[in-house]
Design a protein around this ligand. Structure first.
Ligand code: SF4
Ligand code: SF4
Length: 426
């Protein structure tokens, strides 16, 4: 009898595609660090099969190995057999969420985070103001200097914690920003959830870049969290409610495209059709969803760009490169910036350790991955590290602060550097 119960679960049609060749192993960050078969894509799939066939309990050991996966989907890119690993791990986590009893504190924390904080703009604003207080009161500097966080084992978690940017981007929701010059497209911008608080300036820069390239940009009312973190954690019912809300908010406007600047969100937004297979509007929504770089590379830049001196490199966000298969578009845009030298980053397909809340839940392993990443960045001698996802930005900024020996590189979203280049042309 299957060890899986009711609800979404890994299915034979998906896991039977694995031919156990092991070609994914060297592309898996957890296998590269731990060298354990049970923490490789092949090993995890094997454990899912064992549970489904009733030969392994859906218990502590299974949960530990599933939890340790970054859901980075690097293995999907490497796999010659077309295994949709993301679908498998997310379904396995749905089973864990529904049928495994985590410790009480963890259950409370997950409930507060996934069902309350991420779904409530009011709570997010409150969280944002608390972060502003933490910084402005000097408490952050005091705690960092005192070594107290280290004593508590929280120094790594605090290092990658987001900062709040006032005014929050929430105030822009519901507005329409006109195109500069001739209007080529009417697009709807997806502002995210926490990004409204932690990446307000990045969202503004993205809107300006879209305007400057002939887009009227609406930020539709009624939108909210995309549900990506929920899907990754197996909290699929909440993700479905959030998806329905976003579909209602965006589809009504008759826009040419829906744009996000967050790779993690984009990957899930494009998979709403899988999340809501019986709702044809979900597939319609997903078809219109594009990453900002993907959209701009497709329609072509029309704005004037000015010089930006220095060397740039680019870290592929896992959910853009592996989740959405968007790799060339951001590079194409970066290479258009006058005077900027571009150097490829080694191991750019390997996760930086951010992975949603992974750097909080598994901070040791996430820090090891970040250390490796910053060593590759140092080899490029880049002045600016570019990426395309809020979580990666936070992680790489912490890396620049913690692991750069001399001059820490700037860490920016591709849209922020395009915006800077446009200002240099004025
Ligand atoms: S998703 Fe990433 S961490 Fe998980 S098995 Fe695949 S490569 Fe490894
Ligand atoms: S590369 Fe694909 S088929 Fe081969 S072991 Fe990994 S998941 Fe299975």
């Amino acid at each position: 009898m299957s060890g899986f119960g009711a609800g979404d679960k890994p299915v034979y049609e998906d896991y039977s595609k694995c031919i156990h060749c092991g070609l994914c192993l060297n592309y898996c960050p957890t296998y590269r660090e731990l060298h354990l078969e049970s923490d490789s894509p092949r090993g995890r799939i094997y454990q899912m099969i064992q549970v489904d066939e009733g030969r392994l309990e859906l218990g502590d050991s299974f949960v530990e190995h599933m939890d340790l996966c970054l859901d980075c989907r690097s293995c999907e890119t490497a796999c010659p057999s077309g295994v949709h690993y993301g679908r498998l791990i997310e379904a396995a986590r749905a089973q864990i969420h529904l049928h495994y009893k985590r410790p009480l504190l963890e259950r409370i924390g997950r409930k507060l985070f996934y069902e309350h904080l991420l779904t409530s703009p009011a709570l997010m604003k409150l969280f944002g103001y608390a972060m502003v207080f933490y910084r402005r009161s000097g408490l952050r500097d005091l705690l960092r200097a005192s070594g107290f966080l280290k004593e508590l084992g929280l120094a790594d978690v605090e290092a990658v914690a987001p900062d709040a940017e006032t005014p929050f981007f929430f105030s822009q929701i519901g507005k329409v920003f006109p195109a500069t010059g001739e209007c080529r497209y009417r697009v709807a911008f997806f502002a995210g959830c926490l990004a409204n608080v932690t990446h307000a300036r990045m969202n503004e820069a993205t809107v300006r870049v879209l305007q400057a390239n002939g887009c009227e940009v609406a930020v539709p009312t009624g939108q909210g969290c995309c549900g990506a973190l929920h899907v990754h954690a197996g909290v699929r019912n909440v993700a479905r409610d959030l998806a329905r809300k976003n579909i209602n908010a965006f589809l009504a406007g008759g826009f040419d495209a829906f744009i996000t600047n967050a790779a993690g969100c984009g990957s899930t937004l494009k998979e709403y059709g899988e999340l809501l297979p019986h709702d044809p509007r979900a597939a319609e929504f997903a078809k219109k969803m594009e990453d900002a770089s993907e959209f701009l590379a497709r329609v072509g830049l029309t704005q004037r760009l000015g010089p930006v001196a220095g060397v740039a490199t680019y870290q592929d966000p896992c959910h853009l490169a592996h989740g959405q298969r968007v790799r060339s578009a951001p590079r194409e845009l970066i290479r258009k910036i006058p005077a900027l030298q571009y150097r490829e980053l080694a191991h750019t397909e390997i996760c930086c350790g951010s992975a949603g809340v992974y750097n909080v839940m598994h901070s040791d392993l996430a820090m090891d991955l970040l250390r490796n990443k910053m060593s590759d960045v140092a080899d490029t001698r880049a002045d600016v590290v570019l990426t395309a996802n809020p979580g990666c930005l936070l992680q790489l900024r912490a890396g620049a602060r913690l692991f750069s020996e001399k001059h820490p590189p700037r860490v920016l979203h591709v849209m922020e550097l395009l915006d800077e280049s446009a200002r240099a042309a004025e």
